[in-house]
Design a protein around this ligand. Structure first.
Ligand SMILES: Cc1cc2nc3c(=O)[nH]c(=O)nc-3n(C[C@H](O)[C@H](O)[C@H](O)COP(=O)(O)OP(=O)(O)OC[C@H]3O[C@@H](n4cnc5c(N)ncnc54)[C@H](O)[C@@H]3O)c2cc1C
Length: 481
């Protein structure tokens, strides 16, 4: 029997359900990746995203080649390409790991339909999440809307299921290789229409495993505190690997829980706090699956202050936010980290999102889209869930008044301004007692630190106290209506 493994966001060999099943069931296994032409031509992805994906694919191709298997690739419409490949290569089955975004569900349905016409079987697997939406339900079978209830049931299911991690299939050797013509090397970023960029993060499965080991041996045991400090390596930065599937969430959770048994410098509460974040990941995925309307609008119809109307003022403020030129150092450092590296620290993501929505009163969807285009870990479910959390339109019970004070956040979490100075070099010589609100420097202080406000560094685009009050007042008017 000949099987195609259609690779998507699962670019690894370890704990790879579709690949494992194909190796068990087929005499010949053909791994296939399709560069989706329409998607590549949309402006949905940035160069960092494409370069990272290519790095993951290159490593995967070489790991497969070491085993005598060739990674096949095609370019074009995914539905057409997968169907054509199955026809040309006379495949009996196509295997893939399930994806849950509304667009990809529809794409997969179409592929399945086309393959059925050809008489080719399809086998799909759970992979991207620990538990799919249908596996965690409330008492009457309803999808859960509150994280706390979801988390309780998630753990019950975890203990009942004993989900295991699969190793690389031993049979994945050249004996499984199909006699197909040798394929040309993978395309470069340039050939796909993107710039070649120096990545700030190493792609690929090997790096994902190395990073996981490093994290589990150290930073996880001070995670609850360390994750809030953007200047240090206090979180795992594994989100990029979960995005492209160079690491499975099961592998990560098992490694974290195993570390508790090791003894030595082990902190149960820190480890559990980290696992909680992976449960949040599953939670937002189930929200998107069970309530697909969140992809295009608020989860719940709450009355929140209206966004600023379209126009030049809105565009000016949005541009300042995108470019990291708002005059609020933590916001600017975060946006520049995103623009330069394709990743942003979680606490800073919350601060910049709150600032966009509540201080600048710009619709959260504009921020959501900007993140999708610039984050390497861009994930529709996690991104949407978090933006809705920040906009107070999401699943949690908090009313519309969660407003972060950017200067207080930076005093608390980047007291010496180390993170700020890294990404906002204009402020490099500004003393620590002024770095959070540099516009308060006297003319003399500005000269001494070589940073003239309004010249070298932006004056605040809005006054936070005033903007906050306006937001609250608008909120009251909404409620009274
Ligand atoms: C406005 C906003 C937008 C976001 N957009 C994305 C996105 O597009 N993709 C994405 O993966 N995460 C997103 N997040 C969540 C979070 O910021 C990142 O997952 C985290 O910063 C990744 O860094 P890490 O791997 O070091 O996380 P760690 O702190 O090491 O956490 C481990 C893993 O748990 C998951 N996780 C952590 N926090 C969250 C969370 N709040 N929600 C869901 N999953 C979480 C991630 O998979 C992460 O890799 C967003 C957060 C905010 C506030």
């Amino acid at each position: 029997m000949r099987g195609i493994v259609w690779l998507r966001r699962d670019l690894r060999l370890h704990d790879q359900p579709a690949l494992t099943a194909a190796c068990e069931e087929c005499d010949e296994v053909i791994p296939l990746f399709v560069f989706d032409e329409p998607l590549l031509h949309s402006d949905e992805f940035g160069s960092a995203w494409v370069n990272f994906m290519l790095g993951c694919l290159q490593e995967l191709a070489s790991s497969l080649a070491d085993r005598g298997i060739i990674l096949q690739w095609r370019r074009g419409d995914q539905v057409e390409q997968v169907t054509q490949a199955a026809r040309e290569w006379k495949a009996d089955v196509v295997y893939w790991n399930r994806d849950y975004e509304p667009g990809t569900i529809e794409r997969d349905r179409l592929v399945q339909q086309q393959l059925a016409r050809l008489g080719v079987a399809v086998r799909t697997f759970k992979d991207h999440v620990v538990f799919e939406a249908a596996e965690i339900r409330g008492a009457t079978g309803e999808p859960l809307q509150r994280y706390s209830a979801y988390r309780t049931r998630w753990w019950t299911k975890w203990h009942a299921t004993k989900s295991a991690v699969q190793s690389v299939p031993a049979s994945l050797t050249k004996t499984k290789a199909a006699p197909l013509p040798v394929i040309r090397p993978l395309p470069t970023a340039k050939e796909l229409g993107y710039d070649l960029v120096d990545l700030a993060f190493e792609p690929g499965e090997r790096q994902a495993q190395k990073r996981l080991r490093w994290f589990i041996d150290g930073p996880i045991h001070s995670y609850a505190h360390g994750r809030n400090l953007p200047a240090i390596d206090g979180s795992s930065q594994l989100s990029l690997h979960f995005r492209f599937g160079t690491l499975s969430p099961r592998t990560a959770i098992h490694a974290a829980l195993r570390s508790l048994a090791k003894g030595g410098r082990v902190s149960r509460s820190d480890v559990m706090t980290w696992v909680d974040e992976l449960i949040w990941r599953d939670f937002f995925q189930q929200v998107l699956t069970a309530f697909p309307h969140v992809a295009t609008g608020p989860f719940k119809a709450v009355s929140v202050p209206p966004a600023r109307p379209p126009g030049s003022e809105r565009d000016r403020l949005f541009r300042a936010w995108c470019e990291g030129k708002t005059g609020y150092p933590l916001v600017d450092a975060g946006m520049r980290q995103l623009n330069q590296t394709g990743w942003m620290h979680n606490r800073v993501r919350m601060v910049v999102a709150s600032f966009l929505i509540k201080d600048l009163r710009i619709d959260w969807q504009s921020g959501e889209q900007y993140f999708i285009r610039h984050l390497i870990d861009a994930d529709v479910a996690a991104n949407n869930g978090n933006w809705q959390w920040c906009a107070s339109t999401g699943t949690d019970a908090m009313p519309g008044y969660r407003i972060f004070n950017p200067a207080l956040q930076s005093k608390r979490f980047d007291a010496d301004g180390i993170y700020i100075r890294r990404y906002v070099p204009e402020l490099a010589r500004v003393p620590a007692n002024r770095i959070h609100e540099p516009h308060l420097m006297s003319p003399d202080e500005q000269s001494r630190s070589g940073c003239h406000i309004g010249v070298d560094y932006a004056a605040p685009v809005v006054d936070h106290r005033q903007a906050r009050q306006e937001y609250l007042d608008l909120g009251k008017q909404q409620v009274m209506r």
